[in-house]
Design a protein around this ligand. Structure first.
Ligand SMILES: Cc1cc2nc3c(=O)[nH]c(=O)nc-3n(C[C@H](O)[C@H](O)[C@H](O)COP(=O)(O)OP(=O)(O)OC[C@H]3O[C@@H](n4cnc5c(N)ncnc54)[C@H](O)[C@@H]3O)c2cc1C
Length: 464
């Protein structure tokens, strides 16, 4: 470990920066009775919260019960980078890859979704430090510039206010010697404080009459006489419809994991930057930034001018979402090293927090809907690390499927077709180890790694 990196990690707290706050809301009491519900939502992340809110808004007479095994935002929703995007399909290029025929309508749906997302925040005074500085995608090699130009063209074609930046224009936005060129998509994208957003949505859900029970894991889910019967350690719910909003945790149905790989991603938060350090990197428009490294890094500023810097996927045998290795300082050294390569002018800066979070990787890289028990149970997930705003859309479509698919979008391919299946263990673990190794070292060492990544891409994961 180089000295700058080891020093920077000495005092790091092993918990998500977003959740380390004194104003964390009280945990709501667990379910301790037998309930009946029109809708049971399992999972208290963004998907579950948006579903419960939209269900009560559309059907004020419905009883909506939400069960969360730990506390709201304890899963991916309290752990992301916090970059919010318009696309509901993991970006325009991914939409063009998976559903080229529907790209225009998916774009429109994404824009409508983002407007609804922003409106909900504004109308309900959810102070989640939202900043709408847009997104910046940057190339770190000259060989990536052609792909970046194509991405720019695609954004212009679909009406985005996007600019291509290089040379001084790029340096005027962000000071990194690694960056060769960038596309800045300026409209309706930016950053949020994800935990404040989730806690604000929790408050809104309760105000709308949703019954939330935290520290309440779903234990069993069975169909009896046409209704779903759910049990928890001290209670039960009989429901007409069930939304499984359990992301990479995959509770509720044993088949979910056939199409979802629970990988983890690592994140670092720095101490707040001084005025001189801020001046050294520029970044006055405070965009959310993604780079085009094979093991992609993403970054953004917080309200108190920390840099949140994420990336570095990993997979543990059987999809363990919280292995001990994610609490070891050394695990974060490669990410810290990538940080100082990106911003060498910040040498001497320390990291305050380090954490990992579970990502529901699917070959589609975007939400899909698994239907069980004749559409009485729907799993909505597979966002693959791009779900803060897309979860509102995923929840809306999942509710519609549970309610008979009346919306035109519920009949589009993204709602009716499933992503590819992924091989089971031990092939999954073995393939993941080779792939993660290739991802970590492909940029520096090339060789067999690039053909391997092309092979994995051919299975459906767009890794290269
Ligand atoms: C490190 C990281 C960085 C990311 N960065 C970004 C980003 O910058 N931008 C972006 O758009 N997206 C990002 N994402 C993705 C985004 O965070 C997720 O797509 C989104 O939060 C998914 O929300 P969810 O509600 O589907 O899942 P989750 O928030 O994971 O919620 C699922 C919930 O289900 C609960 N649960 C599981 N099993 C049970 C059970 N048996 N009973 C009851 N409850 C159960 C869990 O406790 C959990 O709270 C990132 C994700 C990670 C991990």
């Amino acid at each position: 470990m180089r000295t700058t990196v080891s020093k920077a990690l000495v005092d790091v707290k092993m918990e998500p920066f977003w959740l380390d706050r004194p104003d964390r809301p009280e945990t709501l009491p667990p379910l301790a009775t037998a309930r009946k519900a029109d809708l049971l939502v399992v999972g208290g992340g963004f998907t579950g919260l948006w579903a419960a809110i939209q269900a009560r808004q559309a059907h004020p007479d419905w009883t909506v019960v939400l069960l969360e095994k730990s506390s709201v935002a304890s899963g991916a929703s309290g752990r992301p980078g916090g970059v919010v995007s318009t696309s509901v399909m993991h970006g325009l290029s991914n939409a063009a890859r998976i559903f080229p025929k529907d790209i225009a309508v998916l774009e429109t749906l994404g824009q409508e979704n983002m407007r609804g997302f922003m409106q909900t925040i504004a109308d309900n005074d959810i102070d989640c430090h939202a900043e709408w500085g847009g997104e910046l995608n940057v190339a770190i090699e000259d060989s990536q510039i052609a792909a970046l130009r194509e991405e720019h063209e695609l954004h212009l074609k679909y009406g985005h206010n996007a600019v291509f930046l290089d040379g001084d224009a790029l340096a005027g936005q962000i000071g990194s010697p690694r960056y060769r060129a960038g596309v800045w998509t300026k409209d309706i994208a930016g950053t949020v404080h994800p935990a404040l957003l989730a806690w604000g949505l929790k408050r809104l859900a309760v105000e709308l009459g949703v019954e939330i029970h935290e520290t309440t894991p779903l234990k069993t889910l069975e169909e009896t006489a046409g209704r779903m019967h759910a049990t928890t350690p001290n209670g039960s719910v009989v429901a007409d419809r069930v939304l499984l909003a359990t992301n990479a945790f995959m509770a509720g149905h044993r088949h979910i994991k056939r199409r979802i790989v629970p990988v983890r991603d690592r994140v670092l938060a720095t101490e707040p930057l001084s005025d001189a350090q801020m001046a050294a990197i520029g970044w006055s428009n405070r965009q959310g930034i993604y780079d085009m490294r094979t093991q992609m890094n993403y970054m953004r500023l917080t309200k108190d001018n920390r840099i949140i810097f994420g990336g570095r996927l990993a997979y543990a045998f059987n999809g363990d979402t919280s292995p001990a290795v994610d609490r070891a300082h050394a695990t974060y050294a490669p990410l810290a090293s990538a940080f100082f390569d990106t911003f060498p002018q910040l040498e001497g800066l320390s990291f305050s927090h380090a954490w990992s979070g579970a990502i529901d990787l699917s070959t589609r890289m975007a939400v899909h809907f698994q239907r069980y028990h004749g559409n009485k149970v729907v799993y909505a997930g597979g966002y693959s690390g791009f779900g803060i705003s897309a979860s509102r859309f995923g929840a809306r479509v999942a509710l519609d499927i549970l309610n008979g698919s009346t919306l035109p979008e519920s009949r589009l391919e993204f709602a009716t077709k499933l992503p590819n299946m992924v091989p089971p263990e031990p092939f999954r673990w073995l393939g993941a180890q080779i792939t993660m190794n290739a991802l970590d070292t492909a940029d520096a060492r090339g060789g067999w790694r690039l053909p391997w990544l092309r092979f994995v891409s051919a299975l459906g994961f767009p890794l290269h």
